[in-house]
Design a protein around this ligand. Structure first.
Ligand SMILES: Cc1cc2nc3c(=O)[nH]c(=O)nc-3n(C[C@H](O)[C@H](O)[C@H](O)COP(=O)(O)O)c2cc1C
Length: 436
C-alpha cells in the first residue's frame, strides 16, 4: 500500500479530464503568489551568500500589468512555474537569524534572531555555513490544478533549484541538496504549519556571512496564501513520506552521486535572466553536438542525498544527422517514427498543445514509480518529482544558454507511456527548439 502511488494514479490526466473537471477550477479569488510582509524593513540580499542566488535564480525578472488572471499584474520569475502560480517560498537560515526571501522588493525579511542554522542542522542531520529552505504552498497552484497541484509544487521547486544549484556551484559554494530531514522539526524551525505550507528541501551552502538584521520590532511575517483549499489525497501522500527521526533520515539517505557541474557565472545568470517559456520555434534543425551537450548537462549528477531515479527519453523531430524517432538521453535510437506522426503524437500526448508539436525535440522525464516507492518508500515519490523538475529546469536554462527556446508542458499520463512504449510514469516534459 502506498499513499503516494494512490495519489499519483488518482491524479493522472486522461483525454477529456481537463474539460470535465473545469467546474471546480478557479474557485474563489486567485490566491496571492507572494507572502505579504507589509512595509516591514527589507534587508539587502548581499548580506548572505544565499542572496545573490535567490536574486538571480528565483527573483522577479519582469512585470506586466493586466496580464494576470482577472487583469492584475503578473510578475515573471527567473524559473518556470506551471500556470504562473509560484507555490514555492524560500527561507534563509543564517548565523544571525532566520529570514524570508521577498522576491518582490527584492530583499530579506527578518523573522527571528539568533543562529537559525542550528535548528535546521538538527532537522537535516548535516551542518552548513548557510541553509536555504524551500517550502511549498499547494493552495496557490491548487487553485488551477486541484489535487494534481501537489506535483506542480515539486516541479516548480525543481525548476527553481536547477537555478540555485547551478548558481551556487558557479559561486564556489559547494551546494548540497537534502530531501531527507525530520519533517516536523524542519517545519517548526522555519515556522511552517506543515499542511498549508510544508518544507520541501534544504540547500546547504559552504559560505557563511551575517545578514545584519536580526529581528526588529514589528518584523513578524504576515503569511500570505496558506489557509484556503485543502487537498486530502496530496496531504496523505505527503504525510506518508514523512521521516520522524534522524535515524530514519540516516537510513533513508544516500551519498550524492557527484558535484553540481560548474558553469560560467555570467553566462549562466544571463541565460536564467532571459529565460521565458518559448512556445514557437523556427523550422530549422538543431545541431546534434549541442543537443548532446545540453542533454549531458541535464543528465549530470545532482548533489542530493538520494540516487537518481529519473530517466529521460527524447523524441527527435528536427536534429541534424538524426532520423526522427524516440531516443534515450545519450541519443541512441529506440524507435524510428515518421516526422509527421511524431509531431502529431507530441501534440496529442501533450494535452493537445502546439509547442511540443512544433518543437525540434521533446524531452520526457520518466520514472518507474513502483520501484521508487519499493526502494525509497513514499518519500521517494517526492524525490522523483523533484528530480524531474531539476532536470527539466536545466534543460530550459541550457536551451537559453544556446540561444534556443523551451517550454515545459503537462500531458495525458497514460498516453505518454503508451506512445513511448514503457511502463514508466511520465513526470514532466520539456519542448525545445530553435528561436524564430
Ligand atoms: C511543470 C510545468 C508545466 C507547464 N506546463 C505548461 C503547459 O502545459 N503549457 C504551456 O503552455 N506552458 C506550460 N508551462 C509554462 C508556464 O506556463 C510558464 O512557466 C509560466 O507561465 C511562467 O512563464 P515563463 O516560464 O515564461 O517565465 C509549464 C511550466 C511548468 C514548470
Amino acid at each position: 500500500v502506498s499513499e503516494a502511488l494512490d495519489y499519483h494514479r488518482a491524479t493522472n490526466y486522461l483525454p477529456g479530464d481537463w474539460e470535465n473537471e473545469e467546474a471546480d477550477r478557479y474557485a474563489g479569488e486567485k490566491p496571492r503568489v507572494f507572502k505579504d510582509y507589509g512595509d516591514v524593513e527589507r534587508l539587502p540580499l548581499d548580506g548572505t551568500v544565499a542572496g545573490p542566488l535567490l536574486r538571480d535564480g528565483a527573483g522577479v525578472v519582469g512585470s506586466q500589468e493586466g496580464r494576470d488572471y482577472g487583469g492584475g499584474t503578473i510578475h515573471w520569475r527567473a524559473y518556470s512555474s506551471a500556470g504562473g502560480l509560484f507555490p514555492i517560498e524560500a527561507y534563509v537560515a543564517a548565523a544571525d537569524g532566520l529570514y524570508s526571501f521577498d522576491p518582490l522588493t527584492p530583499g530579506l525579511v527578518a523573522l527571528r534572531d539568533g543562529d537559525a542554522r542550528a535548528d535546521v542542522a538538527a532537522a537535516v542531520g548535516a551542518e552548513a555555513g548557510t541553509f536555504v529552505v524551500l517550502t511549498g504552498i499547494h493552495s496557490r497552484t491548487g487553485w488551477k490544478y486541484l489535487e494534481r497541484g501537489y506535483r506542480h509544487v515539486w516541479w516548480d521547486a525543481g525548476t527553481m533549484l536547477a537555478n540555485l544549484l547551478a548558481l551556487a556551484a558557479a559561486d564556489g559554494l559547494a551546494p548540497r541538496l537534502y530531501l531527507g530531514f525530520v519533517d516536523e522539526e524542519l517545519n517548526a524551525a522555519i515556522g511552517a504549519d506543515g499542511t498549508s505550507e510544508q518544507a520541501l528541501a534544504v540547500l546547504a551552502l559552504d559560505g557563511g556571512m551575517e545578514v545584519g538584521g536580526g529581528s526588529r520590532p514589528g518584523s513578524t511575517a504576515v503569511p500570505g496564501g496558506p489557509g484556503g483549499a485543502r487537498y486530502p489525497l496530496a496531504e496523505a501522500a505527503h504525510a506518508s513520506g514523512a521521516l520522524a527521526s534522524l535515524d530514519a533520515v540516516r537510513s533513508w539517505r544516500a551519498e550524492p552521486e557527484g558535484d553540481e557541474p560548474v558553469l560560467d557565472r555570467e553566462e549562466l545568470a544571463r541565460a536564467i535572466q532571459r529565460r521565458a517559456s518559448v512556445r514557437k520555434y523556427a523550422e530549422t534543425q538543431l545541431p546534434r553536438a549541442e543537443v548532446e551537450a545540453l542533454l549531458a548537462w541535464s543528465e549530470a549528477p545532482i548533489p542530493a542525498d538520494a540516487q537518481r531515479v529519473v530517466r529521460q527519453a527524447v523524441t527527435v523531430a528536427a536534429v541534424e544527422g538524426l532520423e526522427p524517432g524516440v531516443y534515450d538521453a545519450q541519443l541512441n535510437l529506440l524507435a524510428a517514427h515518421a516526422e509527421r506522426e511524431l509531431r502529431e503524437q507530441a501534440w496529442f500526448v501533450a494535452m493537445e498543445q502546439d509547442h511540443p508539436k512544433r518543437a525540434a525535440v521533446n524531452v520526457f522525464q520518466l520514472a518507474n514509480l513502483g520501484h521508487v516507492v519499493e526502494t525509497l518508500g513514499d518519500r521517494g515519490y517526492r524525490w522523483a518529482q523533484l528530480e524531474a523538475g531539476i532536470r527539466a529546469g536545466r534543460l530550459q536554462v541550457g536551451a537559453f544558454l544556446r540561444g534556443w527556446g523551451a517550454a515545459a508542458s503537462t500531458f495525458y499520463d497514460d498516453e505518454v507511456s503508451r506512445w513511448l512504449e514503457t511502463d514508466d510514469s511520465p513526470l514532466l516534459l520539456v519542448a525545445i527548439g530553435p528561436r524564430r
